[in-house]
Design a protein around this ligand. Sequence first.
Ligand code: COI
Length: 356
Amino acid sequence: MDIKCELVPEDSRKPIPQPDELGFGIHFTDHMFVMDYKDDKGWINARIIPYSPFTLDPAAVCLHYGQAIFEGLKAYKGIDGKIRFFRPMENMKRLNRSAWRMCMPQINEKDLLDAIKKLVDIERRWVPEAKGTALYIRPFMIATEPFLGVRPAKEYILSVILTPVGAYYKEGFNPVKIFVTDKYVRAAVGGVGEAKAAGNYAASLMASEEAKEKGFTQVLWLDAKERKYVEEVGTMNIFFVLDGEVVTPELTGSILSGITRDSVIRLSKDWGYKVSERRISIDEVIEAAKSGKLNECFGTGTAAVISPVGFLYYKDQGYKINGGKTGPLAQRLFDELTGIQYGEKPDPYGWVEFLE
Ligand code: COI
């Protein structure tokens, strides 16, 4: 792919935030990648330009009918100074799966990854150094055709923006408190829950705002039909250790197919755990919590990494998990994954790609 570059003069570039100012998704780098799609031409005008607002027609389809998808991956500065990506091709593939589900055009996965590497290369100085920080990469696609009516748009923009980040939750790696909702649902089987569609996140806001008001970090969703089976947290997939068995909900179409989720399954199996991707009812989780068999609970995600859950609240009752502390498997997974991502540990699975 031929990418035109228009760079901000060095002396006009933004100051880099201090490590303690990073937060998540607050600061954006000097440049962004953009390309356009037209039905009769395919993807055109690939460019890296100064970070700037888009001009959108008020009738742009994304504003009315929600054709908008995204991805999230990170570039890590290793202890050897090298910049690493973690399984980035999986994000490219998932972007295409989301695009397919939302009737949006496919991208060339390798070309997009090359474009991302080029952008990160230009923005090298923005990759933070401290462990636990990273440069979060946000590729996204929106429908831009000016048109009112419900059919797939014929014009799109694909863009990539970059933001240096610290921990996603204010708790960092400390256990979070999760509210299990049976009032709202996030996604139904047959819907778009497994796509990284912007609307899925809008649909989750009401429940998470209510949960935050009550002092919880996030919401655990149940299935839309019976409100009985555990699905995911919305910002992360969920895992339980039940009497030694590692259990995570199977991918039914309403759950995001997390890349960290997949990595955790692989690691846990290789460490000798029995790992089951299966339906798991909230009643089974609560029973296990009551009988002392719920050894651990944790979430997984690119933003969340491994996020231990210390407390679950369901039907007016709270349950402390592992004494409210990080469990041994969550700790080991966190150490292993971040060890691979920051170059402190070997990468036996070939999960890392380097920025040359
Ligand atoms: C990610 O984990 O990268 C996500 O997209 C989740 C989002 C809540 C930041």
